[in-house]
Design a binder for this molecule. Structure first.
Ligand SMILES: Cc1cc2nc3c(=O)[nH]c(=O)nc-3n(C[C@H](O)[C@H](O)[C@H](O)COP(=O)(O)O)c2cc1C
Length: 178
């Protein structure tokens, strides 16, 4: 049966390196006959979590912005891939802000089981993504029916679009297997 694959692209740079990895993952997933969609945070209204924990009682966030729309998509997907630039050896703040806003679906009957990370960095060493992997694993530890199934470490890319083709191909292949 066709899977529902969601790719959340969190970089503020449209057509940037991690966004290109996101597109390749979507194409790979579609090539395998799955339904795949990319959601970008560019232009999205996304406030910080206020920590009120009202969502623990209501399952809903008190903030009315784009997070609830994106969370609905995340909770309903079989596969979720997050694409992020490395900022100060971590995931970007936009991605962390989104993950913090997932508290309303914590404890819900979310569907996703397989999680992927598609990261890009200026640093040429693949350890540049370790912080982002560790951060995402913290989120996965709380959504414990899911697990991290793959990571693309798109190193050595500073200017938008300069990511090497080998990483684009890797993202396509991971998407195809997802
Ligand atoms: C605020 C900021 C912090 C960054 N910090 C790092 C870093 O710690 N290590 C690194 O290798 N690259 C760092 N970079 C470079 C980006 O990770 C790199 O350009 C990446 O390919 C951008 O991805 P994007 O095009 O998807 O936005 C930083 C860039 C910005 C804007």
């Amino acid at each position: 049966m066709a899977k529902k694959v969601l790719v959340v692209s969190t970089s503020p740079r449209k057509g940037g390196n991690s966004d290109l990895l996101a597109d390749a993952f979507v194409k790979g997933a579609q090539s395998a006959g799955n339904s795949a969609e990319k959601v970008s945070l560019i232009g999205a209204k996304l406030e910080f979590c206020r920590g009120c924990l009202a969502c623990q009682h209501t399952g809903k966030c008190v903030i009315h912005d784009d997070a609830s729309r994106i969370m609905e998509k995340i909770a309903g997907a079989d596969v979720v891939a997050f694409a992020t630039p490395v900022y100060f050896y971590e995931m970007c703040g936009q991605m962390k802000t989104l993950l913090d806003r997932s508290n309303p679906i914590f404890g819900s009957d979310y569907k996703f089981r397989d999680v992927y990370l598609l990261a890009s960095s200026a640093d040429a060493d693949s350890s540049a993504m370790d912080g982002a992997v560790s951060g995402l694993n913290g989120w996965i530890a709380c959504f414990d029916k899911s697990s991290l199934k793959g990571v693309v470490r798109g190193t050595g890319a500073t200017a938008a679009g300069e990511i090497s083709k080998k990483f684009i191909d890797e993202a396509f292949s991971l998407g195809k297997k997802a």
